[in-house]
Design a protein around this ligand. Structure first.
Ligand SMILES: [Zn+2]
Length: 73
């Protein structure tokens, strides 16, 4: 008897987040935001500096961490 692999559907839940724009401003200092943090309570956006400053605190509780700091270069 052949064993058929159970055809499990791999549904990748890629939450497609819109790219950050120049209109997105850091919640702390108002500089252009390059990091979006999606929390259960809502979104936060940070500049590169404040994103990394809050990373330790927020990353563990973030639903999604969108880092676009590579755009900075
Ligand atoms: Zn900032």
């Amino acid at each position: 008897m052949e064993k058929t692999e159970s055809n499990q559907e791999v549904s990748e839940v890629a939450t497609e987040l819109p790219a950050l724009t120049a209109a997105d401003r850091c919640d702390v200092c108002g500089a252009q935001a390059f990091i979006r943090v999606v929390l259960a309570s809502g979104d936060l956006v940070f500049c590169g500096h404040h994103g990394s400053a809050n990373k330790d605190k927020l990353k563990p509780i973030a639903i999604s961490w969108q880092d676009e700091t590579d755009k900075l270069s």
